[in-house]
Design a protein around this ligand. Sequence first.
Ligand SMILES: [Zn+2]
Length: 179
Amino acid sequence: MGWTPPKPFEWNHCGTCGAPLRPAHDGERERPWCRDCNRFYYSNPVPACCVLVEDGAGGLLFVRRAVEPALGRWSLPGGFMEAGERAGECVARELEEETGLIAESCRILGTGAGHNALSGHVLVLGFIVEHWRGTPHAGSDALDLAFLNRDARPEVPFTAHRELLACYDALRGRAAAGD
Ligand SMILES: [Zn+2]
């Protein structure tokens, strides 16, 4: 059974009054605009977090996805931020939901950018979790999980995750070289 992604998201009608939107220039670029409400509609990237959990022996935690997109593929744990949530809270929540682990602390690694049919443009905040407790087990969004060393690392399906893994390798590579 194939998965059909939804049609790409576009603003066509005003969310307040329902009128059709027309392109107008907001001083920066042309965007969908409601004349009656004098409101511009923006297509901003959606913020998400992803977590690079270390096992202290050179491995990172990967989860096999139980949800689309990329169902069945290995990726880093993570997910979309909820309204009102802080990034660290999102990291802790997603990590516990997917792996059962409790993050003791986390620190920002960097950012990645991606795009998919479900969410449009995505801004991914990458966090390193060095200290955690609990026993890893696959949660609701995961089929399986494993700590994998760099030479056993799977090819992850998301551009943003690949960018963050490169960022991580650059950071840890320098640390190992003693720079
Ligand atoms: Zn309107």
